[in-house]
Ligand binder design. Sequence first.
Ligand code: ZN
Length: 111
Amino acid sequence: MSTFPKCKHGIGDANNLTECKECQLDDLQAELDKLKASHDRQEEALRKIDNWAKAYPLEVFPEPDFKKVAEVLKAAGISLDAVSASNMRHVIKGVKGIAEQALKEAEKIGE
Ligand SMILES: [Zn+2]
């Protein structure tokens, strides 16, 4: 009879957990829990982005007459392209922040 220390299930070698099916299941469950937590975090980030995308409904904020907007801005020495680019930078920076935070947290869960 061998004298190696047994796993917590008393089945396999504590130093070689692949001998015990229960230990293998525990490992898989732990991995599954991590993946679920990581998935939940990423889903939460997508939900934040989705909510943000819904924050400016057309019923509340109808599309402006861009021709008129461009004329007014041009009269003030501002280009519509510059304003549009600034808005896009703001939005993509916000999305980037949400994505970076979620990825950082998901990475931590995976460690
Ligand atoms: Zn075991």
